[in-house]
Ligand binder design. Structure first.
Ligand SMILES: NC(=O)c1ccc[n+]([C@@H]2O[C@H](COP(=O)([O-])OP(=O)(O)OC[C@H]3O[C@@H](n4cnc5c(N)ncnc54)[C@H](OP(=O)(O)O)[C@@H]3O)[C@@H](O)[C@H]2O)c1
Length: 254
């Protein structure tokens, strides 16, 4: 497998770190010299990674091309590049739809994928649309693949994936609160990350029971968890949460 990355930013580099943390065998990975510092670091760290400054040369040398640029850049550069019919394309671009991608690249062998930064540690869901054997065979080493045929439905996953920063902010606020109350930072950060890790692992194990049950099981009548949940509900925390999901959904569905 020879991979070519157009755009070497946050998510492309997470995938590359993920590849070298996994059992996936790759012969060579060509990356664009942009972002230069990330690309240089990757080339230095892995001998199979090679930087190339010309996007067309990356395409010509690779069997699978991964588009890791922002929508504005994608709209500007893709139509100027040639994607021969035998090349497989995986687009990570959040808001360019399949139809448009096919037109811009003049190639039908294209799928959209939504890996997330924890791909770096081979964790997390990766939505692929439409289902595609070679994309699945690639991503199955790097996380949990979810294939979806209906592109409109796949946007819903993009919306929930946008909860990442908000989630980390909950960790940040909780740890900062502990620190303010006198716990040292190292201990506070460790406690909070272990707390949320254990809750997430438990949720993965018990997801077939439904999350409602987990919410119920975590509360002692009139206990502390019940108090926090009630107060947050009363302050419309969850209503606003869903409102943000709806707003993001409008943006990705445009
Ligand atoms: N971050 C995530 O968690 C995530 C997850 C899934 C999907 N995505 C999607 O993946 C795409 C990339 O996101 P990102 O967070 O990785 O963004 P990013 O860190 O800003 O990376 C974008 C990359 O594109 C490069 N670039 C700009 N112009 C280029 C050109 N003409 N040719 C080649 N490369 C060029 C940038 O290089 P310079 O810095 O030199 O301009 C940079 O390396 C977005 O569409 C995003 O929605 C992101």
């Amino acid at each position: 497998m020879i991979l070519g990355f157009i755009g070497t930013g946050k998510i492309s580099s997470s995938i590359i770190y993920g590849i070298f943390n996994s059992k996936l065998k790759v012969k060579r990975i060509y990356i664009s010299s942009r972002n230069r510092s990330i690309a240089k670091k990757l080339e230095k760290k892995y001998k199979r990674v090679k930087r190339i400054s010309n996007n067309q040369e990356i395409i010509n040398k690779s069997s699978i091309i991964i588009l890791g640029v922002t929508p504005n850049v994608g709209n500007t550069i893709l139509s100027k590049l040639k994607f021969p019919k035998n090349k497989k394309i995986i687009s990570l671009i959040s808001t360019i739809k399949l139809d448009k991608l096919r037109k811009l690249t003049r190639n039908k062998n294209i799928v959209r994928a939504t890996p997330l930064p924890p791909i770096e540690i081979n964790k997390g869901p990766i939505v692929i649309c439409p289902p595609n054997k070679s994309a699945k065979n690639f991503f199955k080493y790097l996380g949990e693949v979810i294939e979806i045929r209906n592109e409109k439905l796949s946007y819903k996953f993009w919306s929930t994936a946008s909860l990442m920063a908000a989630y980390y902010e909950i960790l940040n606020v909780s740890s900062s609160w502990l620190i303010k109350k006198g716990i040292n930072k190292k201990m506070a950060d460790k406690y909070i990350s272990e707390l949320f890790l254990s809750l997430s692992q438990d949720a993965v194990k018990k997801h077939s029971q439904g999350f409602k049950k987990l919410v119920a099981d975590s509360q002692t009548p009139k206990g502390l968890n019940m108090q926090v949940l009630k107060e947050l509900r009363r302050s419309k925390f969850y209503k606003n949460f869903v409102k943000s999901l709806e707003n993001v959904n409008k943006r990705v569905s445009r």
